[in-house]
Design a protein around this ligand. Sequence first.
Ligand SMILES: NC(=O)c1ccc[n+]([C@@H]2O[C@H](COP(=O)([O-])OP(=O)(O)OC[C@H]3O[C@@H](n4cnc5c(N)ncnc54)[C@H](O)[C@@H]3O)[C@@H](O)[C@H]2O)c1
Length: 253
Amino acid sequence: MNKRSSISGQLAVVTGAASGIGEAVVNRFADEGARIVLLDKDKEKGAAFAQNLSSRGIDVKFYECNVTQEESVNVTFDSILKNLGSAQILINCAGGFFENPSFENVEESHWEEVLELNLKSVYLCSRKVVPSMKKSKYGRIVNVSSQTAREGLVETSLPYGAAKAGVLGFTRRLASELAPDGITVNAVAPGVVLSPRVAELHKERLPRLLSEIPMNRAGGAEEIADGIWYLSTPGASYITGVTLDINGGRYMT
Ligand SMILES: NC(=O)c1ccc[n+]([C@@H]2O[C@H](COP(=O)([O-])OP(=O)(O)OC[C@H]3O[C@@H](n4cnc5c(N)ncnc54)[C@H](O)[C@@H]3O)[C@@H](O)[C@H]2O)c1
């Protein structure tokens, strides 16, 4: 394999790894021979997934981690560094929303919960990998944003739209700061992917949502994972601060 497309043997940390896009990223990285750390707050699902991968000879470890909690993130990443060494790749994938109140009905608690899960978590996890990436003058950080950060979609929660747009601002700002250190920071903005959460959330409006996509279908989680994989390779060395839209043509720049 061409070295520039190989992440074989690299240590990759994936948050929200037990389901949906995170799960697909783990499967893609496993195919590429990476060493993978799965982080998820769902202990049962995460541990079962890791066990399944291990039984197929894949080098994985699962850590139960709540990426919105500073202490949980710090303890987890310190343990990864101590036991497995420095991560070359971080995929900030944990996120989402579960309800979509109109603006006047957005409670402060909902605002904070969604911002913490989708934006603060990206800051908390990124700051734990950057010091060792700086030392080795190499790193790849990919943040999972959303199409809702690119255009105003009423189908998604208002604080979610704000948080995912914040992820793009964070990505660009951090990319500039870390560019001299050989660390790239990029984002992907997926359109509709029918993870269990999203299939349930949008079940009534799904036919209309899909009809608005030029390809007339939802994206596969593995199609998002392919984009994330590319941005995680050594070969994506001159790409930083970008947002890769993966949405079947629904939003084009
Ligand atoms: N599915 C879509 O259509 C879509 C579209 C655009 C963006 N996204 C983004 O992609 C990412 C994955 O979404 P999905 O729908 O594929 O996955 P999902 O909702 O099926 O899974 C998310 C995973 O994250 C974990 N998680 C949730 N809160 C956590 C926390 N505090 N700490 C650690 N783990 C936590 C969950 O346990 C779950 O395993 C999210 O950031 C989401 O916002 C999804």
